[in-house]
Design a binder for this molecule. Structure first.
Ligand SMILES: NC(=O)c1ccc[n+]([C@@H]2O[C@H](COP(=O)([O-])OP(=O)(O)OC[C@H]3O[C@@H](n4cnc5c(N)ncnc54)[C@H](O)[C@@H]3O)[C@@H](O)[C@H]2O)c1
Length: 325
């Protein structure tokens, strides 16, 4: 790797990582996030663009890096995601192309949104805001102080299902709010609780597991039933982790006190979905990771990884270290 590389960057890229990358390579920066309507390159389109730019490094977020892209003489691929599922890693490895990823890039972003959802659900922020905006503060003969009472979070127990990057970033924030935090994660030695024990103890259940065949649908009618009466359920991970009909039933029956959700199957909810009409539910459209810091974090991870590769090292975020042997 002696010639100065030329990098086509279709991911948002900023901060220290962008400065590093500009020191290492000639950079063509054309992030998808600046495009309206949305632009998502398939492999043919990305291959054509990379070839037209004369790029031998491609750095993407969701564009497809498969087939024809891997026929180009690439020296490295950067996938600005924790799971580089937009890259055909096996084919890249077969061609000896290093693939870098960006683990934990959005952990703080998702953790902050998790806390925002929890506080919003627990204190009825969205419903209260609606009352103010509609001039509906004194309704049905009551004042807001009567309608918006809540238990405080301090001193109560939060149960984290999944103790990976986001779970850990959420844990200290909840502790900072004065909560006792317990966790269930069969692959984390400091997660001490079985799922059933966690559900029985937690005033707040917050989902942070990845979706696998083991975790898909792991929170269904039986699990909602095991939760404490009035528990708050937060899912800033993936809707696939729960049975949405069972969630609706647990909210309708009053078993759950409320829910905060950042993801829906198919990425949206029909406007006539029962969750939409519930004032104790706060809904956000998969914006957990949407911070400028997420972009700065993945930029730094990928650029530092590339610097190490170019210096002959083996970066921690290299997905296929076997290409270096
Ligand atoms: N809302 C958003 O915008 C957004 C952004 C990033 C990540 N996410 C989601 O948040 C979740 C966590 O992401 P992450 O970056 O922390 O991933 P991660 O891989 O760091 O952590 C996932 C954790 O799930 C655990 N796990 C696996 N099987 C489990 C099981 N049966 N029970 C409990 N835990 C189990 C793993 O051991 C791991 O610790 C994922 O579902 C991810 O898709 C959402």
């Amino acid at each position: 790797m002696t010639d100065r590389p030329r990098a086509l960057v279709t991911a948002p890229f900023r901060g220290e990582g962008l400065e590093t990358l500009r020191r290492l390579a000639d950079v063509v920066l054309d992030p998808w996030i600046d495009q309206q309507p949305l632009r998502l390159y398939n492999s043919e389109q990305l291959a054509e663009r990379a070839q037209a730019e004369g790029a031998n490094v491609v750095i993407v977020e969701s564009d497809s890096v498969k087939g024809p892209v891997l026929e180009l003489p690439l020296m490295a691929i950067g996938s600005c995601r924790g799971d580089p599922n937009n890259v055909d890693v096996e084919a890249a490895t077969a061609r000896g192309i290093p693939v870098l990823r960006a683990p934990g890039r959005n952990a703080d972003a998702v953790a902050e949104l998790t806390i925002a959802l929890l506080l919003a659900v627990n204190r009825g922020i969205v419903a209260a805001d609606g009352d103010v905006r509609r001039g509906d503060v004194y309704k049905d003969g009551s004042i807001p102080y009567q309608r918006f009472r809540a238990w405080e979070l301090a001193g109560r127990t939060a149960g984290l299902v999944g103790l990976g990057a986001v779970g850990r970033a959420t844990r200290w924030r909840l502790e900072g709010l004065g909560m006792r935090v317990i966790a269930h994660d069969p692959y984390a030695s400091d997660a001490t609780h079985s799922l059933d024990d966690l559900l029985a103890e937690a005033d707040v259940v917050s989902m942070h597991a990845m979706v696998t065949s083991e975790t898909a649908g792991m929170i269904g009618a039986e699990q909602f039933e095991r939760m404490k009466d009035g528990a708050v359920y937060v899912n800033s991970a993936r809707a696939m982790l729960h049975d949405t009909d069972a969630l609706v039933a647990a909210l309708v029956s009053g078993k759950l006190g409320g829910a905060g959700l950042d993801h829906f199957e198919g990425e949206h909810l029909p406007v006539d979905h029962p969750l939409v009409g519930m004032t104790n539910v706060v809904l956000t459209p998969h914006i957990g990771g949407a911070t400028y810091d997420t972009e700065a974090n993945h930029s730094k991870l990928i650029a530092d990884g590339l610097a190490e590769l170019l210096a002959g090292g083996k970066p921690d975020n290299l997905v296929n270290p076997e290409v270096l042997t």
